[in-house]
Design a protein around this ligand. Structure first.
Ligand code: SAM
Length: 277
């Protein structure tokens, strides 16, 4: 593994300087403190296998590869994928999967119940939530995720009821995961520098006791509740599950909630309680 020590994040990013693609959300990490911290967060989960989405020039990958675990780098961009083949040519535990993370067949270890697969990514911002939901919807049994988002999206994942960031992503994200902030990452840690701050989050899976049908019903309920954010819950829910406003007002009352309550004031547990899950 000694050859990996020659690669600094800055040198890796510079090597691809003439191929940066904004359309693929390419902002490459150039700060080794950040890549090391993320690698440490990965290690804390004690994974047996690692998948990285969007490895780019490989800055984070070099730090994580030093853990020596079987490691798949899933990258859509042709230049990055070719470049990574060279960087990791003499690292038999690392393989490059040149594909689109939204549609690619995931490595078999992601579904191996005997393994502890982990997802790490400095996510391409334009498809970050879609990639998160791909893993949720596919019920991929990961032991955890360490993901970097635009700070504004990270704040939505972390938000508490009654705050302006609180919404669908908060309720549904917190249903599936215990979510913790690891650190904020300023624009000058990337090349090219993005316009916004980024935040690294840890996702620890929660045990889901609901059936797949109940899960789908819960998610549909949360979507319906936030459909018209400024309206009261009974107005937003009007028509959901064939119940009109009056019927929903009765449901609220029977569960001890005020009829004027809004979705943004309800916790994940309140949502589950209201539809008896
Ligand atoms: N991991 C690198 C780092 O931290 O320096 C690069 C992160 S950059 C924010 C996002 C990366 O995701 C880019 O390398 C980009 O080409 C890749 N990417 C964008 N869309 C993708 C997709 N649909 N599937 C796989 N990779 C994608």
């Amino acid at each position: 593994m000694s050859s990996l020590t020659q690669y600094t994040p800055r040198a890796l990013a510079s090597a691809l300087r003439h191929h940066y693609k904004k359309s693929l959300g390419q902002n490459f990490l150039i700060d080794e403190n950040i890549t090391r911290t993320i690698a440490r967060e990965v290690e804390r989960f004690s994974p047996t296998h690692i998948l990285e989405i969007g490895p780019g020039a490989g800055a984070l990958s070099v730090a994580v590869a030093k853990l020596g675990l079987p490691y798949v780098l899933l990258e859509k961009d042709d230049h990055c994928a070719d470049f990574l083949e060279d960087v990791f040519a003499d690292q038999p535990h690392v393989s490059i999967l040149h594909a689109d993370a939204l549609t690619a067949e995931l490595p078999a270890f992601c579904f191996d119940k005997a393994a502890r697969p982990l997802l790490v990514s400095n996510l391409p911002y334009n498809v970050a939530s879609q990639i998160y939901f791909r893993f949720i919807d596919g019920h991929v049994p990961l032991c955890g995720m360490v993901l970097m988002f635009q700070r504004e999206v990270a704040q939505r994942f972390l938000a508490e009821p009654g705050t302006s960031s609180y919404g669908i992503l908060s309720v549904i994200g917190q249903f599936y995961h215990e979510i913790e902030a690891v650190m904020d990452v300023p624009p000058n840690c990337f090349e090219p520098a993005p316009k916004v701050m980024s935040t690294v989050l840890r996702f620890i899976p929660r045990t889901i006791t609901q059936s797949t049908e109940e899960e789908a019903r819960f998610r549909a309920f949360v979507h319906a509740a936030f459909r018209q954010r400024r309206k009261t819950l009974v107005n937003s829910l009007n028509g959901f599950e064939q119940k009109d406003r009056a019927a929903w007002a009765e449901v609220l009352q029977s569960h001890g909630y005020e009829p004027t309550i809004r979705a943004e004031n309800l916790s994940r547990k309140d949502f589950l309680n209201l539809i008896d899950l």
